[in-house]
Design a protein around this ligand. Sequence first.
Ligand code: NI
Ligand code: MN
Length: 230
Amino acid sequence: MAKLWYLGHATFYLEGKGVKALIDPFLTGNPWKIAKPEDFKELDYIFVTHGHGDHLGDAVEIAKNTGATIVSIFEVCQYCQSKGAPNVHPMHIGGSYNFPFGRVKLAPAAHGSSVIEDDRVITLGSPCGVIIEVEGRRVYHAGDTGLIADMELIGKYEDITVALLPIGGNFTMDIKDAAIAAEMVKAEIVVPMHFKTWPIIDAEPEEFKALAEARGVNVEVLNPGDELEF
Ligand code: NI
Ligand code: MN
């Protein structure tokens, strides 16, 4: 069995045969306070969907501490490398690659991707979602995104086991659009994320669950700190 550990917001730890990974490792300053960067001593990969601080988070520090490879959009990888990340694997949207544990594919996301340095905004290419194969099953972390028609293609061709979808609104899909997305991606299990971290994304996961279940979707609401085996 592979497992996902929800660290609050859009941050997950993923462990399965041959892989220990973090996805969007926002730990320092994460109001949910489930884990700290130094809690991760053995890590193979860090997947980053875009440059915003609540996703790139502690990626560079954890990569330096553990030697984990940062897997992301080319420009995010370049940025991380310039900050001292020892190992990066740049990819781009629609591209996939067979890692030793399974195939990884970057998916489109409708959002932005930037970091701020010395009061200047630096754009780091396109944001993305990521599909990670582990133990022959596939996790789709949608990153931050609005509802996009590409999710139909994911549902039709990518055979998703667990979909992690943002529901908080304002920066991403709200519960109504996320319920439509959940129907489109046709995952065995849909897990809502990116809600209640701050008042501006104060969405109710149980309301999302009701809307998605009315569309025939199986929803598992995780509280920060919860684990899901799949
Ligand atoms: Ni963002
Ligand atoms: Mn975000």
